[in-house]
Design a protein around this ligand. Structure first.
Ligand code: UDP
Length: 324
């Protein structure tokens, strides 16, 4: 059985579906502070909080957990600057409790949801895994701390881990079972798709040193991302050593390009205006994904357009839920 912490969240829920489709039994652990139980169907849900050790201990009791996928975390960069305590407490302390429980119950494999934010301001692009790690906000620092903790736990206790450093995750389940559902929503594609009926999409800066002045990001499809997690899990189950991998496409798209693709796919004119830059945004963030390709045999299959199309379908159903 695979334990998925944060399994009711955006990326976690796609991995829950992928695990089940691959034949794994899954138990989800989630405090539902930002996740939604609707997106995991009838998967077993244990509602608890990682910062409360007895909660997570209770999940391991009476279940044969073979490995963990760990997504539960606070993930808003801006909030992490204003409220770092919340981030260190939830992300770092919460993970320590999870690792405690794993150690107690002799569970020695974990796939960890990390981020390209561990690299900080890019010194070169595309970014490979050896790029210096200098996160520029508390969120990124919590993720890097956890990566370091996992390395130390391997050396001391034999806990093996795969850390995936995500670039910009996009899209939704093509069967419409789950998708991006953040409140408030800060991400580019859902924000573009939510514009209209009085809401104007804001481009955060059009004066960057890029081809069209807007920021360039590497958008990786969430279903493809979930497949990488399955490969990471199988790698660990087959005895693979602790390692970290970028998950991205090697290709960048500008905010204006993403916006144009959204207008094309939705067949609508989306209201837009140029806004000043958002603090902390790097001009270009693109992954070098050669390591995950060669070690895990993973490669991204879906295009940015595929991601926008599934995100649009999901956004329409979400608006139906919220209006209903
Ligand atoms: N962005 C934007 N308007 C929005 C949301 C995002 O122009 O309403 C830009 C943002 O400045 C960045 C890119 O879109 O350059 C991707 O931002 P997102 O928040 O989706 O992901 P991040 O790169 O911060 O992880």
């Amino acid at each position: 059985m695979i334990l998925v912490t944060g399994g009711a969240g955006y990326i976690g829920s796609h991995c829950v579906l992928a695990l089940q489709e691959a034949g794994y039994e899954v138990v989800v652990f989630d405090n539902l502070s930002s996740g939604h139980s609707e997106v995991i169907g009838c998967t077993e849900l244990f509602q608890g909080d990682l910062t409360n050790l007895p909660d997570i201990m209770a999940v391991f009791e009476g279940r044969k957990i073979d490995a963990v996928m760990h997504f539960a975390a606070k993930i808003e960069v801006g909030e992490s600057v204003i409220a770092p305590q919340k981030y260190y407490y939830n992300n770092v302390y919460g993970t320590l409790n999870l690792l405690n429980a794993m150690k107690e119950f002799n569970v020695s494999k974990i796939v960890f949801s990390s981020t390209a934010a561990v690299y900080g301001e890019p010194e070169y692009t595309p970014i490979n895994e050896n790029h210096p790690k200098n996160p520029i906000n508390p969120y990124g620092r919590t993720k890097l701390m956890i990566e370091n903790i996992l390395d130390d736990y391997d050396k001391a206790y034999g806990l093996r881990s795969v850390c995936f450093r995500y670039f910009n995750v996009a899209g939704a389940d093509t069967q419409g079972r789950t998708g991006e559902w953040h409140e408030p929503e800060t991400h580019l594609i859902p924000n573009i798709l939510k514009a209209g009926s009085g809401k104007i999409f804001e481009i955060y800066g059009a004066d960057y040193d890029t081809k069209d002045g807007t920021c360039i990001r590497d958008y990786i499809n969430v279903e493809n991302l979930a497949q990488a997690h399955l490969l990471g899990l199988e790698y660990l189950l087959n005895g693979g050593a602790t390692d970290c991998f970028n998950l991205g496409t090697n290709e960048g798209s500008s905010v204006k390009e993403v916006f144009a693709a959204c207008e094309k796919i939705t067949k609508s004119e989306i209201p837009v205006k140029i806004h000043p830059r958002r603090a902390g945004d790097a001009a270009v963030l693109v992954a070098d994904n050669s390591k995950v390709k060669s070690v895990l045999g993973w490669s991204p299959k879906k295009t940015l357009e595929d991601s926008i199309a599934s995100a649009y379908q999901w956004e329409k159903s979400l608006q139906g839920v919220l209006i209903a």
